[in-house]
Design a protein around this ligand. Structure first.
Ligand SMILES: [Ca+2]
Length: 403
């Protein structure tokens, strides 16, 4: 038995208590240290998202998808640094393709050019989890009109610069956010202009404290096409090839800016197109107001038909995804994947919930992107025209323009 009155023993108890208190303090400090070390890591796991979206560009317009003429070293390099999808489906025309991308819903639900204000875009949702959002370029889901509650600012984008409609008449009118911002008839200036605006966003408008979404929707290669002086007449693919090669060059500038700003490793880069090439006589002949010799079209490669058609050439497009260290490099994937899948995939990556008050047609493809599985969609619907499942595709008889 020890005597509690023993001074030596009392000292020992006090010393023991002090030591215990110090140990608890140390443990707390370690836990705090671990927590603070973990927090930025969690935030850093949320990627920035850069979407580069071309217009009317065909499946085989770029080198790594089989173009024999157009030289696209930067996109070919992007494909080597990431995954190149060979069964990626967009939609068959401009507006519907964009409403599908923005909402994760097939255009029969999201309404394409007429996308109502009540549709919920991924930009609206990702902003709620503290992303900064910007859209540069062709909007095309407000009926090509300045209807404020259907324009980018109201549909989730903090910043917008671009043209609300297409360039069929050889002129585009710009908006910056909700305000008119001039116009141009120089179609050859647009690819550089939109790239400059995207770079300006990254360098000057971006909030470094937040992850970002930057959606760059080019007007090219939609007719009336043109390239700038440095590219016109330079490619082996005619004016169309010049436009493709300028797009490749400008995209390279944008990717270099990610490197310069040390954003490369934490940015998910997606390159794709809105619909297939404009290669059908019965469609092009309906077009009015195109100057003689101004109609050019891209290459669907081995795929049948093009823009406006439910055949593969209308819907199936190049898609390259890069996220260094996350999305496998040098991978070519035949998995079925679609623009409608981006919304649920972004939800997983950025940590937001997809709307539960409406039908979302897209599926979460995070595991496919990250190489945790190689299987994509079980099936994909071509509007009301048909469906692909596995290696098979069914189309209704006389399924044609716009599905
Ligand atoms: Ca288009």
């Amino acid at each position: 038995m020890t005597n509690p009155k023993d001074p030596e023993m009392e000292f020992t108890i006090k010393q023991y208590s002090t030591m215990k208190f110090a140990a608890i303090l140390r443990t707390c400090a370690i836990v705090l240290l671990l927590l603070t070390a973990t927090l930025p890591a969690v935030a850093a796991d949320k990627p920035n998202i850069l979407i580069i979206f071309t217009d009317d560009q065909g499946y085989a317009d770029i080198g790594c998808y089989g173009s024999p003429k157009n030289k696209t070293p930067r996109l070919d390099q992007l494909a080597m640094e990431g995954t190149r999808f060979t069964s990626f489906y967009s939609q068959t025309v401009c507006g519907p393709s964009r409403s599908a991308l923005l909402t994760g819903r097939q255009p029969i639900r999201s309404k394409g050019w007429g996308m109502p204000a009540t549709e919920i875009t991924f930009a609206e949702l990702i902003r709620q989890v503290d992303y900064q959002t910007a859209c540069i370029g062709k909007w095309d889901v407000s009926n090509r009109k300045a209807i404020i509650d259907r324009m980018p600012n109201a549909q989730g984008f903090d910043y917008y610069f671009g043209a609300l409609g297409a360039n069929d008449g050889g002129r585009v009118m710009f908006h910056q956010n909700n305000d008119p911002a001039g116009s141009t008839r120089d179609m050859g200036s647009l690819t550089k202009l939109y790239t400059d605006k995207a770079i300006e966003f990254l360098k000057q408008r971006r909030d470094p404290e937040k992850p970002f979404v930057l959606y760059v929707a080019h007007t090219m290669m939609h007719t009336i096409i043109d390239a700038s002086e440095g590219f016109r007449g330079k490619s082996a693919g005619g004016l169309y090839g010049d436009v493709v090669e300028e797009f490749d060059y400008q995209t390279g500038r944008l990717l270099d800016t990610l490197d310069e700003l040390k954003l490369r490793d934490n940015t998910l880069v997606i390159y794709t197109s809105d619909n297939g090439p404009w290669n059908q006589d019965k469609y092009t002949k309906k077009k009015k107001g195109h100057p003689e010799g101004s109609i050019f079209w891209g290459d669907a490669g081995p795929l049948r038909n093009g823009k406006g058609s439910p055949y593969e050439g209308g819907y199936r497009l190049p898609c390259i995804v890069r996220w260094p260290g996350k999305v496998p490099a040098e991978r070519v994937s035949p998995a079925i994947f679609a623009t409608i899948d981006f919304m649920p995939t972004f939800a997983n990556l950025a940590g937001f919930d997809v709307p539960d008050d409406r039908r979302i047609d897209g599926i979460d493809q995070t595991d496919l992107l990250l190489g945790k599985r190689e299987v994509g969609r079980d099936h994909f619907y071509f509007g009301r025209a048909g469906v692909r499942q596995g290696r098979w595709k069914y189309l209704k008889p006389k399924a044609h323009f716009h599905g």
